[in-house]
Design a binder for this molecule. Structure first.
Ligand code: NDP
Length: 434
């Protein structure tokens, strides 16, 4: 904390990992001997930069850009770009730190990175988004490349922003190297299945959790927070498996539809019209809109899938979920549960699927996009989806096995942290003191 004052989210992410690694350090002295902890919490590089741009009124605006290149032991830095006013060094470092272990868990050769800006895309015109994004990439282009650092989308960065970033990168650097970004459109090197991957992967992972307990998604009541990229495809897959998703949200409030959310309406509002989720009740008058999104966790459900943002479930919300009978929490967003909330799940028999395992499907398919770009070919949706399913099953099994091996049977948080850590730490040792 002395080295990184005020970086509360980063401290939280580090504490969660370090607590899990206690049994690993107790068993093997090599990690202490090689100062792996001291090295792994220090990013290889944190780049911050000015992003000037001109708004539609001709006024000059200035935002701050970030890219953290956290750890490249097992492959090129890989991690999304977030555009949200809350973005700062602490947020980017927590996300980049988590990404190291998540990427390792996928079994793909990718290191950990993350980036973004405190730019707020809400209410901006398409031209403003393009001018900002081009300015952002003008600086970022110095640091990224298909074999060094490969960004993707995250909050506030979807297909439109990736398209503008790719266009600007190509213009600045020349050539047409598709592998510099993932989450690209299908017209220019994107992978089928990438848009759906995080949400679908989350539900594949959740299905494995249920299977362990001898249960099925069919007939279960599910609450999903958010209504962005991850949420929409989590809802889609959960519904396909016969679950009833009764609520979702945006940063203004949530909707509750006891008949089950009509996803076509949500997609139209959020993906096409780019409007607020409250519009949903215009099409479905029997549904309820509630201003403010925190209380979404007061809705009774069997399965909670937080898919919006960090720390959206605090201790009180976790207690409410438990009191209302939740049995499973699987995280689509990064670090959506506070450390206190996680304690509540673990102490009350809630089976908990932590983000770095449960939402790793997005980055896993990004790595598949990179593989397709390198080979200059495109796989079918079915092929990508099959690989995604296998990857999520492997992550689940490896997390279960690591937890078992280190005496934390059934604790996927400890298991996934250990499984993700070992590969990176062992590689760092092989590479010497670098
Ligand atoms: P989007 O921007 O597509 O959607 C985010 C959703 O969450 C929106 O509905 C948004 O509401 C809501 N939201 C964002 N910030 C807040 C906030 N501070 N309070 C309440 N609601 C909020 O992002 P993604 O779906 O891509 O990402 C969601 C989460 O999943 C993030 O934690 C991200 O890091 C994580 N993730 C994403 C992956 C991906 O492939 N995209 C991969 C792995 C993890 P509004 O519309 O009002 O902004």
């Amino acid at each position: 904390k002395k080295r990184n004052p005020g970086e509360t989210e980063f401290h939280q992410a580090v504490k969660e990992i370090l607590d899990s690694l206690v049994p690993v350090f107790a068993k093997h002295s090599k990690y202490r001997d090689n100062a792996i902890l001291e090295r792994i919490v220090e990013p290889e590089r944190l780049i911050t930069f000015r992003v000037p741009w001109v708004d539609d009124n001709g006024k000059v605006q200035v935002n701050r850009g970030f890219r953290v290149q956290f750890n490249s032991a097992i492959g090129p830095y890989k991690g999304g770009i977030r555009f949200h006013p809350s973005v700062n060094a602490s947020i980017i470092k927590f996300l980049g730190f988590e990404q190291i272990f998540k990427n390792s868990l996928t079994g793909q050769p990718i290191g950990g990175g993350k980036g973004g800006s405190d730019f707020d895309p809400k209410g901006k015109s398409d031209n403003e988004i393009m001018r900002f994004t081009q300015s952002f990439m003008t600086e970022l282009s110095r640091y990224v490349g298909p074999d060094t650092d490969v960004p993707a989308g995250d909050i506030g960065v979807g297909a439109r922003e990736i398209g503008y970033m790719f266009g600007q990168y190509k213009r600045l650097v020349g050539g047409n190297e598709a592998g510099v970004l993932t989450g690209k459109g299908l017209l220019y090197g994107g992978s089928l299945g990438r848009t759906e991957a995080t949400g679908y992967g989350l539900v594949y992972f959740t299905r494995e959790m249920l299977k362990t307990k001898g249960e099925r998604l069919e007939g279960k009541t599910v609450v999903v927070s958010g209504s962005g990229n991850v949420s929409i495809y989590a809802i889609e897959k959960a519904q396909e498996f016969g679950a009833k998703v009764v609520a979702c949200s945006d940063s203004n409030g949530y909707i509750y539809d006891e008949n089950g959310i009509d996803l076509a309406t949500v997609k139209r509002i959020k993906e096409v019209e780019r409007k607020r989720i409250k519009e949903y009740v215009n099409d479905h008058p029997s549904a309820i809109y509630v201003e403010g999104c925190e209380n979404i966790w007061s809705i009774p459900c069997d399965i909670a899938l937080p898919c919006a943002t960090q720390n959206e479930i605090n201790e009180e919300s976790a207690k409410l979920l438990v009191a209302n009978g939740v049995k499973y929490v699987a995280e689509g967003a990064n670090m959506p549960s506070t450390l206190e909330a996680i304690e509540v799940y673990l102490n009350n028999g809630v089976y908990f699927g932590p983000a770095k395992a449960a939402n790793a499907g997005g980055v896993a398919v990004s790595a598949l996009e990179m593989a397709q770009n390198s080979a200059r070919l495109a796989w079918s949706f079915e092929k990508v989806d099959k690989k995604l399913k296998d990857i999520m099953k492997n992550i689940y099994r490896n997390s279960v096995n690591a937890a078992e091996e280190y005496g934390y049977s059934g604790n996927l948080l400890v298991g996934s942290n250990i499984a993700g850590f070992l590969k990176v730490a062992d590689t760092m040792i092989v590479h010497g003191v670098v």
